[in-house]
Design a protein around this ligand. Structure first.
Ligand SMILES: Nc1ncnc2c1ncn2[C@@H]1O[C@H](COP(=O)(O)OP(=O)(O)O)[C@@H](O)[C@H]1O
Ligand SMILES: [Mg+2]
Length: 369
């Protein structure tokens, strides 16, 4: 058992983290929340009953800032440290897919408003919900968030979240945004909003000046990509045999196996992503879920590979639109990847996107649309 702030200070003292005033302030705030959560009376306890009413849940935290500022790092540190039995950390986009699925299941029962029972079930499962990368990009999400979160908070759930944007910029210019404004008000009222938006993109620092499109595809490129994976995820290289995998929910009961997935970074082979029958919905799910994709084994494509080439175009479009960072090992530079075949002319747009995706300006952008 350890305290968030002590852990944070120890990492700075060990030079694993560089000192950063905003991070320090956030670590102190999360440390206070840890204490509150650990001291909160558990359900059914004597203290709970003596209070005679449900005590308010500890106030949550909303950490926002550009990519690479350490939001996920701090939230994970907090989440690991906090001794709460019913706690859950989930990527926000994934959570929303699950919420919609639960709402659909609830509707089938035709038992009235589906949101309260869904919120009740979620609150039953976790009294601490930690979301990574809260963003709101579609109207179905926007329309239910205010009611869903009002219910969750009323059921004493504490929410901690990271986001690339301050609350006022969520769902900016979105359709029917007026229905979404109560959600923003709720966040500002019920969560402490903390900026984590200093000048340093630590992730870019860790990528160094590394070229992200490596040619040729071979042991040297593989070694570089694997080193980048460990730097980006802070995963101990000694445990390289045990890097977690994941199954990405594609909706409709389909999943995509991700052989290595950690902290928003995914590793795929070209064969897996572009060699099987897939469409842009699959690639969009990847692009929403991961801020960085490492793609190995990209071959030079010939006229007989027009399907692979077309899928690769959809993949790059999805990654590009969501500003996902791409690190790849390939047999050719982008311009030489698909010189001839159906759609080779249109492929030029993908070539130009791939070149842009190598630029420092692109790499410095946040994840999201
Ligand atoms: N103060 C720091 N010093 C050095 N590295 C840091 C620091 N803060 C964060 N990092 C590292 O930078 C990378 C990006 O941090 P992350 O938490 O993923 O950023 P965000 O979620 O804000 O995009 C991670 O590898 C993280 O460990
Ligand atoms: Mg993050």
């Amino acid at each position: 058992m350890s305290a968030v702030f002590a852990r944070y200070e120890a990492l700075v003292a060990a030079s694993e983290l560089r000192p950063d005033a905003e991070q320090e302030a956030a670590a102190r705030r999360l440390d206070a929340l840890q204490r509150e959560l650990e001291a909160a009376p558990t359900r059914g306890s004597v203290l709970w009953r003596a209070l005679g009413r449900q005590p308010d849940p500890p106030k949550g935290v909303y950490l926002w800032g550009d990519v690479g500022r350490g939001k996920s790092m701090l939230m994970d540190l907090f989440f690991d440290c906090v001794q709460v039995r019913r706690k859950r950390r989930v990527h926000f986009a994934e959570f929303m897919l699950e919420v919609h699925a639960r709402i659909a299941a609830e509707r089938k029962k035709e038992a009235g408003d589906p949101i309260p029972p869904v919120a009740a079930a979620l609150a039953e499962e976790a009294r601490l919900l930690a979301f990574d990368e809260m963003m709101v990009t579609n109207s179905p999400d926007a329309m239910i968030l205010s009611r869903l979160f009002t219910e969750l908070l009323a059921k004493r759930v504490t929410v901690v979240t990271t986001s690339n944007r301050p609350p006022d910029d969520l769902y900016k210019n979105g359709l029917n945004r007026e229905h979404f404004l109560p959600f923003i008000a709720l966040i500002k009222q019920r969560l402490d909003v903390l900026p984590l938006n200093g000048p340093t993109d630590y992730r870019l620092d860790r990528l160094g000046r590394m070229d992200t499109w490596l040619v040729p595809n071979g042991p040297e490129a593989t070694e570089k990509l694997s080193a980048a994976f460990f730097r980006l995820t802070d995963y101990p290289v000694e445990d390289r045999a045990h890097v977690p995998s994941a199954d990405l929910d594609l909706g409709g009961g389909r999943t995509l196996h991700v052989p290595k997935a950690l902290k928003g970074v995914a590793v795929f082979s070209f064969k897996k992503l572009c060699g099987e029958a897939r469409g842009s919905a699959d690639y969009l799910a990847v692009a929403r879920r991961f801020h960085t994709v490492i793609l190995v084994g990209v071959p030079r494509l010939g006229p007989e590979n027009r399907n692979e080439a077309a899928r690769f175009v959809s993949l790059i479009d999805a990654l590009y639109e969501h500003k996902v960072k791409l690190l790849a090992a390939a047999d050719a530079e982008p311009a030489g990847l698909y010189p001839a075949g159906d759609g080779a002319f249109e492929f030029q747009r993908t070539v130009s996107r791939l070149e842009e995706m190598r630029s420092e300006a692109y790499l410095a952008q946040g994840h999201g649309s």
